[in-house]
Design a protein around this ligand. Structure first.
Ligand SMILES: [Cu+2]
Length: 156
């Protein structure tokens, strides 16, 4: 006499097998393929950020042929710098830290979508192949002026 119906046993077994496969996939992608969470590249005491190179001198720095590092800070309620101007085709590495609370950085129509946690430097790269203006907005509610926390990438 069976205690568990064979169909039920089949679905329980399949469920456990699928969970096992998913677990192996996640673990192997971390250890074998060296997968990392997207943002944190460096840790910095948020109170020291504005005196910690290169964040003591935020701005746009040419690091290669039409390649730039955008060194930025986020604080309530502004990005520094808030306007970035680059030529068409520029590859921009956004490196940004927060001095106070959690902020976000989304650059519209690009894949840049970062959470900026105080104490961590976040980084993402985008290539601007079309001229135009790309809005930068804060994507984490950071206080009463959050909706005004914005900037622009101008591509000409
Ligand atoms: Cu915000």
């Amino acid at each position: 006499m069976e205690m568990i119906h064979r169909y039920e046993r089949f679905f329980l077994g399949s469920t456990l097998a699928i969970m096992g496969i998913a677990l192996v996939a996640v673990i192997s992608s971390f250890f074998i393929e060296d997968l990392e969470l997207p943002s944190p590249v460096e840790t910095v005491d948020p109170a020291e950020l504005t005196s910690h190179p290169p964040f003591d001198r935020p701005g746009l720095f040419e690091v290669g042929e039409n390649e730039y590092d955008a060194i930025m800070t986020a604080q309530a309620w502004a990005f520094v710098p808030s306007v970035i101007e680059v030529p068409v085709g520029a590859k921009v590495n956004f490196k940004i830290g927060a001095t106070d609370v959690v902020h976000g950085l989304i650059v519209h129509n690009t894949n840049v979508n970062l959470t900026i946690i105080p104490g961590q430097i976040s980084q993402a790269t985008a290539t601007f192949d079309e001229p135009g203006e790309f809005l930068m907005v804060c994507s984490e509610y950071c206080g009463i002026q959050h909706h005004n926390m914005a900037g622009r990438v101008i591509v000409k």
